[in-house]
Design a protein around this ligand. Structure first.
Ligand code: ASP
Length: 323
């Protein structure tokens, strides 16, 4: 029986064209990928949907939730897998959102392109073909949401965009890809050890992400407290430390019951309660700050949005961030 793949086009450079006179890149009237669909039909039967056509900086958790619902609706139609095309700027966030909120063994692959459809060396159609090949491969089952570009397979949890324009932009710092794609096949060399699933129907909380720096004080934290945010993620220094002048702001947020999740602004490693000086990780943990191991800031923010859709209990949220 021919395999059946749900292809969801959402926009991004992968479905844009470059204007040869101005060099600017924009979405056209027709998605160049839907025009290429015939070339893909010998790989699998395709169900193609295009719920929206957005550059990925326009994507919000609302669109991510819409994608989750589309996949859930179609999941029992004998699908072999799902491929989503997406702008690369926020691709890792949509992929991680779906990873946390979909409960399926089916391969779900998110892909994009760094060059638009009519540029020399355009990578969109190639990445789409690679993604369909990954989605129909038996070994891709039960691995969570995957991100496929440039002949590599990454997990949604670890992958991040590392370069503004290079086609090998998607990397998984500290871990590397879990598989590669060659002309002959799909080869996995690692299997993810943890899977998480949060059953949510709605996403409505306000969570802010801020980055720490030398000389940071509490002013932004006090302002956040006034602005009715329901959660805060801070990219902390090193192993999870903050300048001492931020402590009054941290304490005021925690006194208001607002969860603060700490990640590191370093690309590799975990945050820990190692240092006991003023502003050090040990002191922050004692104040009630939640430590998140290994996630980057933008993914920790999404995870906090999702966990807040389930509970306001800080202990419960802390447990979810230890997963
Ligand atoms: N700015 C574009 C977007 O994310 C970049 C891309 O798709 O590669 O929509």
């Amino acid at each position: 029986m021919k395999k059946k793949i749900l292809v969801i086009h959402t926009g991004g450079t992968i479905s844009m064209k470059e204007d040869s006179e101005t060099g600017t890149v924009t979405p056209g009237k027709k998605n160049p990928l839907t025009e290429s669909t015939n070339q893909l039909l010998n790989l699998a039967d395709l169900i193609v949907v295009e719920p929206f056509h957005l550059p990925s900086p326009h994507i919000t958790p609302k669109e991510m939730l819409q994608l989750k619902k589309i996949i859930e609706e179609k999941m029992n139609e004998d699908l072999t897998g799902v491929v989503i095309t997406h702008g690369t700027d926020t691709l890792e966030e949509t992929a991680y959102f779906l990873d946390l909120t979909l409960n399926t063994h089916l391969p779900i692959v998110v892909t994009g392109a760094m060059r638009s459809s009519n540029e020399i060396g355009a990578d969109g159609l190639y990445n789409l073909i690679s993604s369909i090949r990954v989605a129909i491969d038996e070994d891709s089952k039960n691995k969570g949401v995957l991100v496929v570009l440039n002949d590599e397979i990454h997990t949604a949890r670890n992958v991040t965009k590392t370069h503004t324009s290079n086609i090998s932009t998607f990397q998984s710092p500290q871990y590397g890809p879990i598989g590669i794609i060659t002309k002959r096949g799909i080869f996995y060399h690692h299997t993810p050890t943890t899977r998480e699933f949060y059953d949510i129907e709605d996403i409505s909380k306000k969570v802010v992400l801020i980055k720490s720096h030398a000389g940071m004080d509490s002013s932004l934290l006090f302002a956040i407290n006034q602005l009715n945010f329901e959660g805060v993620v801070i990219e902390a220094l090193g192993q999870g430390n903050l300048p001492p002048a931020t402590i009054p702001g941290i304490k005021s947020l925690i006194a208001n019951g607002i969860p603060i999740v700490l990640v590191s602004r370093c690309f590799n490693g975990f945050v820990q309660d190692t240092y006991a000086y003023e502003g050090g990780g040990k002191k922050l943990k004692d104040c009630g700050v939640i430590f998140s191991n290994g996630l980057n800031g933008q993914k920790a923010r999404l995870k906090l949005l999702i966990t807040l859709a389930k509970t306001n209990d800080l202990n419960e949220i802390e447990k979810m961030f230890q997963a």
